[in-house]
Design a protein around this ligand. Structure first.
Ligand code: CUA
Length: 437
């Protein structure tokens, strides 16, 4: 009786929980779900999952029903006396419970093995090859067909098979775009492939990508963005990326000016800092713009769409890191500071002959990217200034040194004294990098 009473108390709770779980499935946007695939590979994996879930559910229901039936039908009753009839062996039953699971496994194994062979096969001819190189903790992307190098953001045309050729510069990483591809390990001294075709029905869209193999301190900040765009938009983007840097490639370009620096009011409160937005950063004026305009503006994914809630980084800025408000950056000066600072040892900017390093991300078209720090922060002047000032405080363990004068370097465990950059120099570098559309 007591058991019945508790059951009656718990039933409403259970029903509410089930109802809530069911309602949760009605939410509109789950950008990182694998159950809403937008590529051939994604659908192949999803179909397999659906089939397994269906067969698994049928087996579960039948087995549990049989179990409950036996438990209730043959339970001990007060009128029972002595042992129930004893049984030793039942050939028919044993053959049945061997054959039925074997039959079910056939329905699981055949499509599974077929899908594995499909996804392990070589990519079809005509696929667009993109090299993926994992670094601690960012992604290098190379398009050998177009001689483009970029970082942490890839553009892919819809309706064309993309063949990703992956390797690692250091430890094991894993590449994953939940709504477009399965996962692949990214391993040094080994080349793994994954290929898929984003649906041609897709409009321009942004997708989250992740490293899904623990790879060190900033594993969680090893993200990337994938932009699926129409073939003509892709062609335009390629043409833009093939050009040298938008600023500084033309000799004696007049210095673009950034508007006064917004106050950096970053705090550590909450997980979603709202840095001051600086909408006034525009293309550089003068010669640099003229060179670009003559060739027509290259396509890049609209920034307001690239910052859909789900694609917007939410990493908090460490408390105590701030930037002098009201500074005006000068790109020409910034180029000089950049070219004589440690930056050039690690970064390449095509068109800036001083900048040929390869340890860090290629920055040739940095200004057109939506995020910094491998998807960790929005690419705005305010965040970029803090990043240059003390990247190691914003993303633990990284190679990028702490550059701000008197900033505490968490890896060297001492403040930067000689050779550190002051806020004005950083504002100038920000103006320079921001102009590299
Ligand atoms: Cu790379 Cu985790």
């Amino acid at each position: 009786m007591r058991g019945n009473f508790r059951l009656r108390q718990l039933a409403p709770l259970g029903i509410t929980a089930i109802a809530l779980l069911t309602l949760a499935a009605c939410a509109e946007s789950y950008p990182n779900t694998t159950f809403d695939p937008h590529s051939d590979l994604g659908r192949a994996i999803d179909d397999l999952w659906d089939r397994l879930l269906l067969l698994g559910t049928i087996v579960f229901v039948l087995v549990e029903a049989a179990l409950l039936f036996v438990v209730f039908r043959y339970r001990h009753r007060p009128t029972d006396t002595g042992k129930p009839p004893q049984t030793h062996g039942n050939s028919v039953l044993e053959i049945m419970w061997t054959l039925i699971p074997a039959f079910i496994l056939l329905f699981i194994a055949v499509p599974t093995v077929k899908t594995i062979f499909q996804t392990q096969a070589n990519a079809p001819a005509g696929a667009l090859e993109i090299e993926v190189i994992g670094h601690q903790w960012w992604w290098e992307f190379r398009y050998p067909e177009y001689k483009i190098v970029t970082a942490n953001e890839i553009y892919i045309p819809t309706g064309r098979t993309i063949n990703l050729k992956m390797t690692s510069q250091d430890v094991i990483h894993s590449f994953w775009i939940p709504q477009l591809s399965g996962k692949r390990d990214v391993i040094a001294n080994r080349t793994n492939y994954i290929w898929f075709k984003a649906d041609s029905t897709l409009g321009p869209a942004v997708w989250n990508g992740f490293c899904t193999e623990y790879c060190g301190a900033s594993h969680a900040k090893m993200r990337f963005r994938v932009f699926t765009v129409k073939p003509d938009q892709f062609a335009s983007w390629v043409a833009g990326q093939q050009k040298p840097a938008a600023y500084g490639a033309a000799p004696n370009a007049p210095p673009p000016m950034l508007p006064p620096f917004p106050g950096a009011r970053h705090t550590n409160e909450g997980s979603n800092p709202t840095p001051p937005i600086n909408p006034a950063v525009t293309a550089p004026t003068g010669a640099a713009t003229a060179t670009l305009a003559s060739a027509g503006p290259a396509y890049s994914f609209p920034r307001n769409q690239a910052e859909f809630e789900y694609a917007k980084p939410h990493t908090p800025v460490p408390g105590g890191l701030s930037f002098t408000p009201g500074l005006t950056g000068n790109a020409a000066r910034g180029q000089q500071v950049y070219s004589s600072a440690a930056c050039i040892g690690c970064h390449t900017i095509t068109g800036n002959p001083m900048s040929m390093g390869s340890a860090g991300p290629n920055l040739t078209h940095f200004g057109s990217r939506a995020t910094i720090g491998a998807g960790s922060f929005p690419n705005t002047p305010a965040y970029l200034a803090l990043w240059i000032k003390n990247a190691r405080a914003m993303k633990p363990g990284i190679l990028m040194p702490t550059l701000g004068k008197n900033q505490y370097d968490p890896q060297l465990k001492q403040p930067v004294t000689t050779g550190g950059l002051d806020d004005q120099q950083i504002a100038d570098i920000v103006a320079y990098l921001t102009s590299l559309k």
